[in-house]
Design a protein around this ligand. Structure first.
Ligand code: ADP
Length: 495
């Protein structure tokens, strides 16, 4: 009887269930949209019950669609949108507030009030104070429900990131657990001592009793008692970390970049946690076999979103796949540089006030040059993160694994390889997040013997090797640096 690993990928806008076989191939998939709610300017919330129902739905659908029976499921892995915060009532198991989504800015005042603790928080969690992370979101919820603090202190309320919430519901309220990767995004977890940090809990006045127990990523989280046949959840990991694992970046020095709306780059730094001085985050990559692996993380705000702007703002393309055929009409951007700083620039510039700019245009500049410059901008921004990672970790990165919607652009991928002067590898299975947590689950259950066995099955769809000379790559990158510098100088007084 063939067996499979079931991966649940709970994202910001959708929930997915995917079945993988021993070769790491996707056998079947089900998908449900999850609504984001915008109750006020800057608030992003979701209905936690809807999130759970969507997960149950996709599990049922993938099982029905594939004709696979429950006793053919070896184990379950859960990967999830990180930082999103849920607080529920221990007695009823019902949420007491909407899930506050990672992007939500509603707890910005709470963060500002503790800004003098930046150094302490960074040295314990590897994070920068920001409403993204769960701590200020928990505080916000406790402040906005009746008797929040009192009830939390009395042990009547439970907190969890989405993984915890799903485990709780799937175990019929028996388990209140999370994994190290998710804990490391709460801003309450000491990533060096591997425990909830009492000083941080005090800063946000959060009672420890409401927090889940933290386990390794590859761990027996117990059976899914929701269904009649007992199948165990054997792994939990935050989405970006699961993706790093799915890319087989098992060793220190290996890295991946996801080209979605924004870009997320993670570098495995092994058992060493590197604290950044220039805004990269330090995070736990996974906990496996009694050891913890760390990663450096950097992000680009506007990645594929720049392509969306070409489509919706400039209207020079009707859909994203038109980018490559259009850009191919010209062999270069003809000296045009585009800095898509629509919402400021993140790593390593950290400038909220800079705005987008285009440089180097002549009368000969056409649509294809601008499209090319836009694709190149995604690559330049990713290179900025890459360079900082190398500088701060002291690790020389020799290749980069990639996934995400914008990797469909061969021009972007080739240019990325050209300016980084390294190989770019695109895996056969682009569902690397789900695959990563499936691997972590299967390693715990014995479905896969070890990482070596997994690696033997790992297939690449494409490898891009540098075609540009080092000298030319340097000339282009110098141009980009000048473009960014110039854009950062342009700050007319805004009303
Ligand atoms: P997310 O998970 O952030 O929603 P996805 O991984 O689904 O992102 O990728 C979507 C992004 O990829 C969009 O911003 C889109 O503009 C970009 N994209 C999709 N197809 C292409 C393409 N063929 N060429 C360039 N960009 C693309």
């Amino acid at each position: 009887m063939n067996k499979y690993v079931l991966a649940i990928d709970q994202g910001t806008t959708s929930s997915r269930a995917i079945l993988f076989d021993k070769g790491g191939h996707k056998i079947a998939m089900a998908n449900r949209e999850v609504k984001c709610l915008y109750p006020h300017e800057g608030y992003v919330e979701s209905d936690a019950t809807e999130i759970f129902i969507s997960v149950v739905d996709v599990i049922s659908e993938v099982m029905i669609k594939s004709n696979i029976t429950w006793n053919q499921i070896d184990s379950v892995g859960i990967t999830n949108q990180r930082e999103t915060t849920i607080v529920w009532d221990k007695a009823t198991g019902n949420p007491v507030y909407n899930a506050i989504v990672w992007q939500s800015r509603q707890s910005v005042d709470i963060c500002e009030a503790v800004s003098d603790k930046e150094e302490l928080i960074h040295s314990r969690t590897g994070l920068l104070i920001n409403p993204y992370f769960s701590a200020s979101k928990i505080r916000f919820i406790l402040d906005h429900i009746k008797d929040g603090q009192k009830r939390a202190e009395a042990g009547e309320l439970m907190f969890g990131t989405v993984d915890s919430w799903l485990i709780y519901k799937l175990s019929n309220g028996k388990k209140h657990l999370t994994d190290v990767t998710n804990a490391s995004r709460t801003m309450l977890y000491n990533i060096f001592k591997l425990k909830w940090d009492k000083d941080l809990l005090k800063i946000f006045n959060i009672p420890e009793i409401m927090l889940p127990k933290v386990c390794e990523s590859s761990y027996d989280y117990g059976p899914v008692s929701f269904f009649s046949t007992k199948v165990h959840i054997m792994a939990v990991a935050g989405d970006q970390q699961a993706s790093l694992f799915g890319h087989n970046c098992f060793l220190a020095g290996q890295s991946k970049n996801t080209y979605g709306t924004g870009c997320f780059m993670l570098l495995n730094t092994g058992e060493k946690a590197v604290l950044s001085k220039k805004g990269l985050l330090t995070t736990i990559a996974w906990g496996l076999d009694g050891k913890v692996n760390y990663a450096l993380e950097g992000s680009v705000f506007i990645g594929g979103a720049a392509i969306q702007w070409l489509r919706d703002g400039l209207k020079v393309i009707r859909e994203a796949p038109e980018c490559d055929p259009e850009a191919k009409k010209e062999s270069s951007s003809n000296g045009v540089y585009f800095v898509p700083a629509f919402v400021g620039l993140g790593t390593p510039y950290w400038d909220d006030d800079v705005r987008g700019a285009m440089f180097g245009m002549t009368r000969a500049t056409n649509k294809s040059h601008i499209i090319r410059a836009t694709l190149e901008a995604i690559a330049y921004q990713s290179k900025d993160v890459f360079d900082l990672m190398e500088a701060e970790s002291g690790i020389h990165m020799t290749s980069l694994q990639v996934d995400g919607g914008a990797t469909a652009s061969n021009i972007l991928m080739q240019f990325q390889s050209d300016i980084l002067q390294i190989n770019i590898q695109k895996p056969a299975c682009l569902e690397t997040t789900a695959l990563g947590v499936a691997y972590l689950a299967g390693l715990k259950s014995g479905y896969w013997k070890n990482m070596n066995e997994i690696h033997k099955t790992h297939e690449y769809k494409e490898t891009y090797t540098p075609k540009m000379s080092l000298k030319e790559a340097k000339r282009r990158c110098d141009g980009w640096a000048l473009a960014v510098k110039s854009a950062m100088m342009f700050k007319p007084e805004r009303k």
